[in-house]
Design a protein around this ligand. Structure first.
Ligand code: ATP
Length: 262
């Protein structure tokens, strides 16, 4: 019997978003239609200002689309936010300097009213996942930028939501650290079976990480290509030197170029 296709955890249907500003309307997203299947690692790539963050913010119910429809785990984005369907990792780690790493991760759990024992268990588990167990009692300034970003990933994982939304989490880091975090993120994704939506400016990062690469055009952001990666799940960093990898990167570049020429 043919296997049923994986249900979409995030489904956008002809999504539009126009911001009304003092300088007139800004068309941030136009006619975005997309299904993100369960367990996928989806990257959004496109030029600055093409609406990548806006799309992620719509999924997180931080923006309200002006047209089309959007569901997250079969719910409206707002219902999904209330059901804590996802964790969100921002460009900057955004840790509170006066709280330890453990304290930062614990804060949302405290607010949500988890018992002390549950908080301890969850903090220990996510710190272990991002390999920061020895740093629970340290303050953010005692950690490198890459470690701080790992701590912010741990904080997003602490709810144990099925979906992780990541907005250029490694954009400010140097290339060596970024490579390592990319490898770690793939391992984490494999271990936790999350669905990840990831915004990036980097073609190699998008190709290395993703099962699906969504290429977007300049404003108003539209999708010009969705590439399903043929790369195996097991990806050592040197996969980036293989002809297959280079071919996918080429197709992404072509998609980006097509968006500019339209
Ligand atoms: N709250 C807002 N009000 C008005 N315009 C906005 C608002 N938020 C975003 N925009 C505009 O919408 C467009 C898309 O912005 P967005 O931040 O989503 O782009 P992006 O692709 O994530 O860019 P970058 O790669 O530089 O982060 C931009 O032109 C931006 O100026």
């Amino acid at each position: 019997m043919a296997q049923a296709p994986e249900p979409a955890v995030i489904r956008a249907d002809h999504l539009d978003l126009t911001f009304q500003t003092d300088d007139g309307p800004v068309h941030a997203l136009r006619d975005v239609t997309l299904d993100i299947p369960n367990g996928a690692f989806v990257s959004f790539i496109g030029p600055s200002g093409c609406g990548k963050t806006t799309l992620l913010r719509c999924i997180a119910a931080l923006e309200t689309p002006t047209g089309g429809s959007l569901t997250v785990n079969g719910m409206t984005a707002d219902e999904a936010r209330r059901a804590r369907a996802y964790g969100y990792v921002f460009q900057a780690a955004g840790l509170y300097p006066w709280r330890t790493i453990g304290g930062n991760i614990r804060l949302p759990l405290e607010i949500m009213g988890f018992s002390k024992a549950e908080q301890r268990e969850r903090v220990a588990r996510v710190l272990d996942l991002v390999e920061l167990s020895q740093f629970e009692k340290k303050f953010p300034w005692q950690l490198s930028g890459g470690m701080q970003q790992r701590a912010s990933i741990a904080r997003a994982l602490a709810f144990d939501a099925d979906i992780l939304l990541m907005d250029e989490p490694f954009g400010a880091l140097d290339e060596i650290v970024r490579d390592r975090l990319n490898e770690e993120l793939l391992r984490l994704w494999d271990k936790t079976n999350k669905t990840i939506a990831f915004v990036t400016h980097s073609i190699p990062e998008a190709v290395y990480l993703s099962t699906h690469i969504v290429v977007m055009s300049p404003r108003p952001g539209r999708i010009t290509d969705v590439i399903e990666s043929p790369l195996p799940k097991e990806r050592p960093l040197d996969i980036r030197d293989t002809p297959q990898f280079i071919e996918i990167a080429h197709r992404v570049r072509e998609g980006l170029r097509a968006g500019y020429e339209e």
